[in-house]
Write a protein that binds this ligand. Structure first.
Ligand SMILES: Cc1ncc(COP(=O)(O)O)c(C=O)c1O
Length: 447
């Protein structure tokens, strides 16, 4: 017999949360500057497979079994967490499982799914599967689910998704707050969380404020949807929510970082998103008790952090820039000369010259540029420059030119190459983009 009081379980599925075995809620003390209102985070990474979606995965399967469906192989379009939950529930129940998903989903999540034995069908689709895209994850899952012996449980349209939260999340937070909850805040993806939990809470007390938070159009936060995408989402029922707020990637990732440092919470990006909305919508008044859903932890999102918190990562330099050749020793000597020579410049001076109209040539490869860049810089990857391209450079060979890379090595090669092409006034930026970003000079995530 499984026993919550002893934490002894006969099956991993017995760990799934409910009112008797809730995921924890933890009061936020530092990132929330409130004097009166209490704000609690509901830590969904305490689900057995690490995310809020374990509730949904388990309930989709339970519901199909209760309805007497003969399950053999399951297929689901998923941005990751539902897939992770379904994969593990399917393993335990001995069903097959395929996930259709976008190639834009973080590598970490795709690798986790493979580790769990899932058959992945990877497609060119949005970060979150979008309805109506013929080649998308949803259409593909439908096609696969129509084969004999296959079932698509379809979290986007199956009432068992919000029902999972009506049955578990709602009763948990009601009980955990002793019925004093005044505000419930959730990020918006399929909207199963907000709609199911919100319905339960409003049945207990119609005054509970149910608040949804979504990212901006073109966002980079896995698992959630922009307002436009929400309009196509079955369980998005704005009439049942008291407020809907939009939060930028920058706010979400910034708060996510603070949650680690100031609250010791291993929060993923959509936790930052939900909390940013909560901080705007929840009034700092006596008697206010807010619960904010924290859907999962940070570990699946290293590639997202690389884009949004680049200072956490060492600069990606400096791969050998020049292939082995018979003149390598001479080139090394020329390179050493350039390194010790006067034609180097620091980032502050480079930025000033850029503003004055001097050409800055970024010689990093496109993947690096995509992460962070100086928009006004000419983008000319070193391999193209080595192959003779001068695209975007001034025709006047006496015009001043600055070269930049990640940390200042490839830009020195670029400087030599440009000089070899006849440019007389070329300088390399010391410390590259790493130093540029560290100095707080203007740079944006690339397109
Ligand atoms: C990380 C993450 N945050 C937020 C959500 C949004 O939850 P819901 O789909 O219930 O709206 C999801 C859903 O997949 C998610 O994976």
């Amino acid at each position: 017999m499984s026993d919550h009081s002893l934490r002894t379980y006969e099956s991993i599925l017995d760990l799934l949360p409910d009112a008797d075995n809730p995921t924890p809620i933890v009061r936020l003390r530092r990132v929330v500057g409130f004097r009166h209102a209490k704000v609690y985070a509901k830590l969904e990474w305490y689900n057995p497979f690490g995310a809020v979606k374990d509730r949904v995965a388990a309930n989709l399967v339970r519901d199909a079994e209760v309805r007497g469906e003969q399950l053999g192989n399951l297929v689901e379009p998923t941005s990751g967490n539902t897939g992770i939950g379904l994969a593990m529930v399917a393993n335990e129940r001995e069903y097959g499982f395929s996930a259709t998903l976008s190639k834009a989903i973080p590598l970490e999540k795709r690798t986790a799914l493979r580790l769990f034995g899932t058959d992945l069908v990877e497609l060119d689709d949005d970060l979150c599967p979008m309805p109506g895209q013929p080649e998308g994850a949803m259409a593909k899952a439908e096609e696969l689910g129509n084969r004999p012996g296959w079932t698509q449980l379809n979290q986007y349209a199956n009432p068992a998704n919000p029902d999972a939260h009506y049955r578990t999340t709602g009763p948990e937070v009601w009980r955990q707050t002793g019925g004093t909850i005044t505000h419930f805040v959730a990020s918006l993806g399929t909207c199963g969380t907000i709609t199911g939990t919100g319905r339960f809470l409003k049945e207990q007390n119609p005054d509970v404020q149910v608040i949804g938070v979504h990212p901006t159009q073109g966002h980079d936060i896995p698992g959630v949807r922009s307002r436009r995408a929400l309009a196509l989402t079955d369980f998005f029922v704005p009439d049942e929510y008291d407020a809907i707020l939009e939060v930028t990637d920058e706010e979400a990732y910034g708060l996510c970082r603070r949650l680690h440092v100031e609250e010791s919470l291993i929060a993923g990006p959509s936790c930052g998103l939900a909390l940013a909305g909560a901080l705007r919508a929840v009034p700092d008044e006596p008697g206010v008790v807010a619960v904010v859903m924290f859907p999962d932890s940070a570990w699946k999102y290293l590639s997202s952090f690389r884009r949004h918190l680049p200072d956490l990562f060492p600069p990606e330099d400096d791969a050998p820039a020049v292939p082995a050749n018979p003149f390598a020793a001479h080139l090394e000597a020329a390179f050493a000369l350039a390194k010790s020579g006067p034609d180097r410049i620091d980032v502050t001076e480079a930025s000033r010259l850029l503003d004055a109209g001097v050409t800055l040539v970024d010689v990093r490869n496109p993947e690096e540029v995509a992460r962070t860049q100086v928009p006004a810089a000419v983008k000319l990857p070193l391999p193209d420059l080595s192959a003779g391209s001068l695209a975007g450079l001034p025709a006047d060979h006496d015009a001043p030119i600055l070269t930049i890379c990640a940390a200042g090595t490839r830009s020195l090669y670029a400087q030599l190459l440009l000089k070899a092409q006849g440019y007389s006034n070329v300088r390399s930026v010391n410390g590259g983009m790493g130093a540029w970003v560290e100095a707080g000079l203007p740079a944006t995530p690339g397109s």
